[in-house]
Design a protein around this ligand. Structure first.
Ligand SMILES: [Cu+2]
Ligand SMILES: [Zn+2]
Length: 188
């Protein structure tokens, strides 16, 4: 009996030790978090391009890279919107993805929508090169952006600094000139 008790304590203690000895990344591994790359192909008339998203490690930011053509030169609001529903064009993508019920802001703010990626800038040729690294975006888990939409706006996002109510909701970025649904992709 004492032997049984002792061996069960030993099993318990060694179990705790094994768990503690695992590196943080594998302890945090969630089985449904296998998507590490995603893609969004935009083709809205003249506004088109491909955006790739990926996360190389658990602790790494999500990178958003690619090129969008056909924009007017200058800054354009660039966000993840709530729904991957483009049945009514970009309008049916809903508002900025905001799972924590925060206000609109800059990607550098803590108080921001998860979908707030700031602005992209098109050159005189109408091409915007995108190269963003963001720590709030997720490609898996309960606040995954896979299946949601990326929207590009006609105007610049004021990042919540516009001094009016709309600034704290949308950044006054105006019409939606391009959108696409974020889908799972092979990691490249
Ligand atoms: Cu938007
Ligand atoms: Zn926002």
């Amino acid at each position: 009996m004492i032997t049984l008790l002792f061996s069960s304590i030993l099993v318990l203690v060694s179990g705790i030790w094994v768990q503690a000895a695992q590196p943080i990344e594998s302890r945090n591994h969630v089985p449904d978090c296998e998507i590490v790359a995603a893609i969004c192909r935009m083709h809205n008339g003249t506004v088109n391009g491909v955006i790739r998203l990926s996360k190389q490690r658990v602790t790494a930011p999500v990178t958003v890279t690619g090129e969008i053509r056909g924009l007017s030169p200058g800054l354009h609001g660039f966000h993840v919107h709530e729904f991957g529903d483009l049945s009514g064009g970009c309008a049916s993508a809903g508002g900025h993805f905001n799972p924590y019920d925060k206000r609109h802001g800059s990607p550098r703010d803590d108080n921001r929508h998860v979908g707030d990626l700031g602005n992209i800038e098109a050159g005189a040729d109408g091409v915007a090169n995108i190269n963003i690294a963001d720590h709030q975006l997720r490609l898996c888990g309960p606040i995954s952006i896979v299946g949601r939409a990326i929207v590009v706006h006609a105007q610049r996002d004021d990042l919540g600094q516009g001094g009016n109510e709309e600034s704290l909701r949308t950044g006054n970025a105006g019409a939606r000139v391009g959108c696409c649904v974020i889908g799972a992709a092979r990691l490249q």
